[in-house]
Design a binder for this molecule. Structure first.
Ligand code: NAD
Length: 307
């Protein structure tokens, strides 16, 4: 399959590398010329458990690429996605035959794709893989993960089955979702709560959880997100989610980690907050559901970004 991975950062590199190694015809697309030059010159430098290896992958600049592909996997940051989809359409990379999959974190990517792509070519995905971007040409790929994906309406067509087999071959642990909307909202619940609170409090997930009143902060926020998510068609379980949150504080789970939003702020980069609490607040206004926690957290994160 001819696959373009739009966005060759940490996660795009992980997915693009694994698909390349499984024999697919993959091109990574990016805008950062220093990164493109480093990967082109030496291959992708991958750190795993103290080992470093260089792997050949095909990488090109977005502006220089115009070959039609069967599948585009969007792994830009969420705020860059719309511009890149429009660019790939204008350059003939995305045609009427191209399937387009969002694998980004956050909410609203299905709505965005629907503006440009026919419903039967849209795929949404949630990944539990993680990856770190160390600098131009260089990533850290550790741990394991999976990719849950599907059409927005749950249709399992031949392309979905073929892609599932490709993900398996690439050891990306693909799974066709029975309800991708619910899976996206479940991941967004985690990201809305811990990305924002840990960014604002400058704490690791376990440190945040050790605060005796952490639940007093989490519960009203969770209730807002669940109320809005259910209006968007997700089936969300408050008690199960709160139990899951308590479990992840452990150092053996992710208690010792800063969420990615914290890292973006430390690195002086814009965060994806508008696609997390910001997007819940936007949907809340559409449904007349008050979302004061989402509103204030979105503002606080933007204040920190700007400072
Ligand atoms: P990333 O920051 O590593 O890369 C995103 C883009 O930013 C790439 O095009 C990259 O080249 C560019 N970039 C990175 N640093 C730059 C710099 N200093 N100067 C110029 N350009 C730079 O993002 P990511 O972690 O790959 O995330 C992509 C999507 O995947 C996001 O929606 C994210 O939420 C999601 N995601 C990431 C992970 C993870 O562990 N990294 C896990 C699950 C989902």
């Amino acid at each position: 399959m001819k696959i373009a991975v739009a966005g060759a950062g940490a996660m795009g590199s992980r997915v693009g590398l694994y698909l390349t190694q499984a024999g697919q015809d993959v091109v990574l697309l990016d805008d950062w010329q220093t990164h493109i030059d480093a990967v082109t010159a030496h291959g992708l430098k991958v750190h795993t458990l103290g080992e470093t290896e260089y792997h050949p992958v095909s990488i090109r600049s977005f502006k220089d690429y115009s070959m039609p592909v069967d599948l585009v996997i969007v792994l830009t940051k969420a705020m860059a996605a719309e511009e890149k989809i429009k660019q790939l359409m204008a350059q003939g990379v995305i045609t009427a035959e191209t399937n387009v999959m969002s694998m980004m974190n956050g909410l609203g990517h299905g709505d965005l794709l629907r503006k440009y792509i026919a419903d039967d070519k849209i795929l949404l995905a949630v990944t539990m893989w993680s990856a770190g971007f160390n600098g131009p040409g260089e990533v850290t790929l550790e741990g394991t993960g999976n990719i849950e994906f599907g059409r927005m309406d749950g249709t399992v067509d031949d392309f979905v089955k073929e892609l599932n087999a490709i993900f398996d071959e690439a050891q990306l642990n693909g799974r066709i979702s029975e309800d991708i909307v619910t899976s996206i909202w479940n991941k967004a619940l985690v990201n809305c709560c811990f990305n924002t609170y840990c960014a604002v409090t400058d704490k690791k997930i376990g440190e945040f959880g050790a605060y005796p009143y952490a639940d007093d902060m989490l519960i009203p926020l969770m209730k807002e997100i669940i109320a809005v998510g259910e209006r968007k068609g997700a089936r969300l379980d408050f008690d199960a989610t709160l139990n899951k949150f308590h479990a992840i504080y452990s150092p053996e789970v992710v208690g010792l980690h800063y969420p990615s939003m914290h890292q973006d702020i430390q690195n002086g980069r814009k965060t994806e907050v508008d696609f997390l609490t910001g997007r819940v607040a936007k949907y809340g206004r559409e449904f007349s559901i008050p979302t004061p926690y989402c509103d204030i957290l979105t503002h606080l994160v933007h204040q920190i970004e700007k400072s």
